[in-house]
Design a protein around this ligand. Structure first.
Ligand SMILES: [Zn+2]
Length: 859
């Protein structure tokens, strides 16, 4: 039918377009073949005198860019997969062209030629633009006709280097294989390098001609791609999934007919609106909404999920406006919490009325000079500056914006802290906009956000209460104990808290245990076996005996995907990252939409997650896919990538502009992403089969049991995430001792941050939202220090802990802390009343503090 645009791939050229036009005309359709835009032609198209416009697909094509005829254009046909072609001569002399080609190639190369590539790219960009006659001179020099001097000689050197890199890269077999797995085609054709890549941007722009904005949202349109190149099509599909979460469907005539009926209904409505036949109040108009998140990065990511947002500033705040389906969204960030407990009222900010506890919150202020945050003060208590910003300004801005919209969406992070920020927003915004809903999503992707917008919910008071109780507990115990510490130690910067203190105790005891040393012997046998023996007895041995040897096959399952504690642990072990560094990196990855929410203790994998892994594994490791759900409980999920992209692929699509994020990522972001990606993919792969040896060794008066992995029969998930070390096989019998050493060592090892987190998890102290904060506090207060990745207690930490344990042993005990964590969980799940918990807590704090007696001088 009419209202059709046909786009011909650039590579196929005008001739092909002419052929299509001819064919359609033979079928009785009125066709206009355009090369240039002309006003007359559009008018005729609008009136229906032309049914079809045929032209070349190109992002520069006026038809793909500027055409805005929502009532006329019904569908778009791509006569071939839209793709871009770039050609570079093997003996290319134009530095501009070489630069474009190398830039396109550089993300594919990864670490390879890193430095050389960077230096060539920088030399190239310094010499351009180059005049035509100079390029001609280079050509002549190629043919040996002239000798170059000065700048021209330098230019030639740069060009030759660039060509050399290009040639090396194109000749690299490994690289060609990797590129084959991506979606770019590289080949040599008559003295030219040809790069072909699918043109997702061009596709979106061109297909967008059939779905335009009008008063009720976006008009429905159909877009049909004739697949003439399977590889380019699968590349295009993947890019569209990454860019817009869009999927193609098979062309089924009956379904297409149904679609066209909907398309035509939309066109009819648009025409009636244009003719003024529809009264505005009957229209289900596009709704305007305010969407509030806590972080500016997340705000930008969300805004860019729906196209190119308009950026606005008001009263010094930045926010974004963007259209998504049925909403015009204004996206803005609260920049963290708005309110905190006051220090001026009640029992450390909690008033008591008629037996009820009323926490009194006030606006958070931030010193513009030193960056510290506080409440209540008119000048900065840290540096004395009067240059403050208060969250009142943020609240006023949000109230102003709320007045302009139909509804407000609260889209803070999906945990207790996010819920509390959400609740505060609700309280201050509800007088300005009655329609306030909560959006819950665990990944910042278009699909997840759309789903959340379709099913908005309410706030969860039990989560807010849990967060409030955690804060009050921090305040009460923290302030009271800290006051005692100030009295005793005469220092104002000391602090104590219920959760941090048992953890300090572990570090202290381990530091002490390290001082107790025992003899440990290292023995090397003639068969290469190295053994460690504690407390060896008698003189150094000449021989060792291996007995009871058994060899068997074992299955090894992949570890489950990351929860917060497991991620912190492995990032500490494998990458040497501190807990707070890992949390910051993960926060950014989450806010950029690359991983799911990173504060979680669930290993659950959603259907979306399993599907993502299945596709990736089948593409990259055929036959090794094993979808696993791990846990059925709850809405929370494990930490996993949101896109089926390995590190290398992610880098490629980032630099190609297909994956768009609001922030530049550093090397550590990529290392953590890689770890999360591998662990997740491995968790969805086949188990490994390994060979294990077990045996006894009698040596130096002792008998030790040994178990070691001596072979891998089937790699399975180990292909992606290595967790084993393979050692040499041994046999039974007597073996000569080649070397012995005895050293006095402690039988324990100092804790790393990862060990402490494992311990916290095991003992039920700390939660995904607090693990790294606890460790950070111990550092900040100077209670522990780190050396070579290991933690040790400081003299101050030792004194403070001993004092607290002696005077407030019950209050800071491991058991009570564990109970407290469980109580807060129970509030979150709505199983206990938070008022009752506060009552018990207050009584306990007051009793323990008053019974502790007068301060003693420190030991
Ligand atoms: Zn200050």
């Amino acid at each position: 039918g009419p209202g059709c645009l046909v786009f011909v791939p650039q590579a196929k050229g005008l001739e092909y377009a002419e052929k299509i036009a001819e064919t359609l005309e033979k079928e009785g359709m009125s066709v206009f073949l355009y090369e240039r835009m002309s006003p007359g032609m559009l008018e005729k198209f609008r009136k229906g005198e032309y049914a079809v416009l045929v032209g070349i697909a190109s992002s520069r094509s006026p038809l793909a860019r500027g055409l805005d005829l929502p009532e006329t254009v019904r569908y778009v046909v791509f006569a071939g997969v839209p793709r871009r072609e770039m050609k570079v001569e093997v003996k290319e002399c134009n530095p501009q062209k070489l630069l474009v080609a190398l830039k396109a190639l550089s993300p594919l190369l990864g670490e390879r030629m890193g430095k050389r590539m960077a230096s060539v790219l920088s030399s190239l960009s310094k010499v351009i633009p180059v005049r035509g006659e100079l390029i001609q001179k280079l050509r002549e020099a190629d043919e040996g006709k002239t000798q170059l001097e000065g700048f021209a000689a330098h230019l030639r050197k740069v060009v030759l280097e660039a060509r050399e890199i290009l040639e090396e890269a194109m000749g690299d077999e490994e690289l060609r294989k990797e590129v084959g797995r991506l979606d770019v085609e590289m080949r040599m054709e008559g003295g030219e390098w040809v790069f072909i890549s699918p043109d997702a941007d061009g596709y979106l722009q061109a297909s967008g001609r059939a779905s335009r904005f009008y008063a009720m949202g976006i008009s429905r349109g159909v877009s049909i791609v004739v697949v003439d190149d399977e590889k380019a099509f699968s590349g295009l599909s993947r890019r569209l999934r990454l860019l817009a979460d869009e999927e193609f469907e098979e062309y089924v005539p009956e379904k297409v007919k149904e679609e066209f009926e909907k398309v035509d209904r939309d066109r009819e409505t648009i025409r009636r609106i244009r003719r003024g036949e529809v009264k505005p109040e009957v229209l289900d108009l596009l709704r305007s909404s305010l969407l509030v998140v806590e972080s500016p990065t997340k705000a930008r990511t969300i805004a860019y999920l729906f196209g190119n947002p308009a950026q606005r500033t008001l009263d010094g705040f930045t926010f974004y406006e963007v259209a998504s389906g049925q909403h015009v969204l204004t996206v803005v960030a609260s920049a963290g919490h708005l309110f905190d407990l006051t220090t001026l009222e009640g029992f450390h900010g909690v008033r008591k009325e008629d037996g009820n506890y009323l926490p009194v919150y006030t606006d958070i202020r931030r010193c513009a000079d030193c960056g510290e945050q506080f409440t209540d003060h008119e000048t900065c208590p840290f540096c004395g500056s009067a240059n403050l910003r208060t969250k009142k300004e943020t609240v006023e801005l949000l109230q102003k914006l709320s007045l302009e919209v139909n509804e407000v969406f609260i889209a803070t992070d999906p945990d207790a802290e996010g819920e509390k920020i959400g609740y505060d927003l609700y309280v201050v915004l509800s007088p300005y906009c009655r329609n306030i809903r909560r959006l819950e999503f665990h990944e910042v992707t278009r699909k997840a956000l759309r789903k959340a917008l379709e099913e908005p919910g309410g706030l969860r008071p039990s989560y807010v209460q849990a967060q409030v109780v955690r804060r009050i507990e921090d305040r009460w115990v923290g302030f009271e104990l800290s006051r005692k510490l100030w009295e005793v130690f005469g220092k104002r910067n000391l602090s104590a808290g219920r959760v941090q203190t048992p953890v300090l105790g572990w570090v202290l005891r381990q530091t002490e245990e390290l001082k107790r040393k025992i003899p440990v012997a290292t023995v090397r046998l003639e068969n290469g076996l190295v053994l460690r023996i504690q407390n060896p007895e008698g003189p150094p041995p000449q021989e060792a005996e291996i007995t009871d040897l058994s060899t068997r096959e074992e299955k090894v399952l992949p570890p489950p995907p990351y929860t917060t504690d497991a991620m912190l642990r492995e990032a500490s072990q494998r990458l040497g990252f501190s807990a707070s560094h890992t949390m910051e990196l993960a926060q950014t990855l989450f806010e950029c939409g690359l991983i799911t929410y990173h504060r979680t203790d669930s290993t659950r994998v959603s259907i979306v997650g399993m599907e993502l892994a299945r596709k990736f594994v089948e593409e990259n490791y055929p036959g090794l896919s094993r979808p696993r759900e791990y846990s059925k409980e709850g809405a929370h999920e494990c930490i996993r990538p949101t896109k089926p992209l390995s590190l290398q692929q992610l880098r490629f699509y980032l630099s190609a502009g297909i994956v768009r994020i609001p922030q530049k990522l550093g090397p550590d972001h990529f290392r953590l992403y890689d770890l999360i990606f591998r662990r997740f993919i491995a968790s969805q792969m086949r188990e490994a089969r390994i060979l294990v040896q077990e045996f006894k060794v009698k040596v130096w008066g002792k008998e030790v049991r040994e178990r070691r992995v001596v072979g891998i029969i089937e790699e399975g998930f180990l292909k992606v995430h290595q967790t084993l070390r393979v050692e040499g096989r041994v046999e039974e019998g007597s073996f000569r001792v080649m070397e012995t050493k005895v050293r006095y060592e402690s039988s324990v090892r100092p804790y790393s941050q990862g060990d402490l987190i494992a311990l916290m998890k095991e003992k039920g102290i700390g939660r995904p939202s607090t693990y790294s904060k606890i460790i950070e506090t111990l550092f900040k207060r100077g209670y522990v220090f780190e050396k070579g990745g290991k933690l040790f207690v400081t003299p101050l930490g030792r004194m403070v802990y001993r004092y607290l344990e002696e005077r407030f042993g019950r209050l800071v005990s491991e058991e009570l802390t564990r109970d407290l964590e469980e109580t807060i969980d129970a509030i979150e799940n709505g199983k206990i009343r938070f008022q009752d918990v506060l009552k018990g807590m207050e009584e306990e704090v007051r009793r323990e503090i008053s019974s502790s007696g007068n301060p003693l001088p420190p030991r």
